[in-house]
Design a protein around this ligand. Structure first.
Ligand code: ATP
Ligand code: MG
Length: 399
């Protein structure tokens, strides 16, 4: 059986009223980007469904990629026919012929999305079912739990026949909810946080702080790979790499040891917020999880968060580390995250950071030095790495 189309169902998008066109457009763009290795593919979407015209491309490979794309509820290989009973009957027969074995049961489930179609649902079921029975051997009808469910969807422009649904990942198409800045370290948590943000439709501008010569080129490459890895789920990511050495050295000199970590985070957040503003993003996403480390107690968050009123999204706030690790494995970032290259924070982190820092103290320690020019300089000298959608295969033998 040679399929010519894949039908994509949206799930949650369909509840979005007037915004639907925008959502569908985002999904279409993301699909094009994730499937850019298949330039022959055609895309056609309306308010209810999106169709990928295979134009001769191998459908197996495309099917493997669709479960990664946010905003897809389910999808099916479909046979498209004219809205004529004879065509539908023959199409349904061709569809089932390729897959049944003697002793299998089947049913036909028609759906008249276009109510002007002359035959009623039951009439379509009957006509198509009889045609299949007459022209096959060893098939029986079972309307309750059939082995094969031949679905006939009659729409305004055509009829679509399918027999199997594949599950999509759900969520909203990346980009459909607007833009946020992801603070991306080389650790396990922040890539997973980025994944969740993307899953709710957020387009990411990633920000990474690095401190040469304390952190190496390899550590930077690792973060670039993590960001690239995330593009698999919905298109491009811009990664801003911020030179942070000067500020870290200044903090080291100025701030008592137990507050180094708190001040470091406060500076990072201010810089991330400036980058956010520059790129018209509306929120900052971090990989923080409550109580995981000293910087992630409520007291720490209170003292750090004080530098901005921008919404901070913490998708992992209530997750346990072991669950985050298993998610990182699922989304394919784990093995890169655990590479042992130094991170700017670990290098400067004192052996015993304050777990209950006071905001007033942090402010006072920082007040003896003017950090603002250093912050502006770091923003200005930020390096931009643009990552377009990568295909999964690219990652097989990276490290
Ligand atoms: P992760 O696994 O994401 O590194 P973590 O458990 O190591 O998190 P922290 O080191 O306290 O926790 O970092 C908390 C959050 O701060 C990170 O999830 C990330 O969002 C941000 N962050 C930490 N270091 C950096 C960095 N070098 N560049 C950008 N963001 C960072
Ligand atoms: Mg970390």
């Amino acid at each position: 059986m040679k399929y010519e189309h894949i039908m994509v169902r949206y799930g949650e998008i369909t509840t979005k009223g007037k915004n639907r066109r925008w959502f569908v457009n985002c999904l279409k763009q993301n699909l094009k980007s994730v499937l850019s290795d298949y330039p022959a593919l055609g895309y056609w979407g309306n308010r209810d469904r999106l169709y990928i015209n295979l134009n001769g491309e191998n459908h197996e490979e495309i099917l493997e990629k669709l479960p990664l794309v946010f905003g897809i509820h389910s999808f099916s290989l479909v046979l498209k026919t004219k809205r004529e009973l004879e065509e539908i009957k023959n199409g349904a027969l061709a569809l089932i012929e390729g897959q049944y074995k003697s002793g299998d049961s089947f049913k036909v489930s028609a759906k008249r999305a276009d109510k002007t179609f002359p035959l009623l649902t039951n009439e379509i079921n009957y006509e198509v079912g009889s045609h299949i029975l007459k022209n096959t051997d060893g098939l029986t009808v079972d309307v309750h739990s059939p082995d094969i469910d031949v679905r006939v969807e009659v729409r305004e422009e055509a009829a679509y026949l399918s027999s199997r649904d594949y599950e999509g990942v759900g969520g909203l198409p990346a980009g459909a909810s607007g833009k946020a800045v992801l603070m991306l370290s080389g650790g396990i948590d922040s890539p997973v946080a980025g994944y969740f943000a993307m899953k709710r439709g957020i387009e990411l501008e990633a920000v990474h702080f690095f401190s040469p010569p304390y952190t190496s080129e390899r550590a930077k490459q690792k973060v670039i790979e993590l960001a690239r890895r995330l593009t698999v789920f919905g298109g491009r990511i811009r990664l801003h790499i911020v030179p942070f050495t000067e500020i870290q050295e200044a903090i080291q000199k100025q701030v008592p040891e137990s507050y180094v970590m708190t001040s470091t985070r406060r500076m990072m957040l201010q810089i991330a917020d400036k980058i956010r503003e520059k790129h018209d993003a509306l929120a900052i996403v971090t990989g923080e999880s409550l109580g995981q480390v000293a910087s992630q107690t409520l007291e720490s968050m209170f003292a750090i968060n004080d530098v901005t009123s921008t919404p901070i999204i913490r998708p992992l706030i209530a997750s346990d580390k072991k669950d985050i690790i298993s998610l990182a494995k699922q989304i394919g970032t784990h093995d890169t995250s655990i590479l042992p290259y130094e991170d700017c924070c670990t290098i400067f982190t004192p052996p015993s950071p304050a777990t209950k820092p006071k905001l007033e103290k942090a402010q006072r320690f920082e007040s003896f030095l003017d950090f603002e020019p250093m912050i502006l300089k770091a923003v200005e000298r930020t390096e931009l790495v643009e990552l377009s959608a990568a295909s999964e295969e690219e990652f097989d033998d990276l490290f």
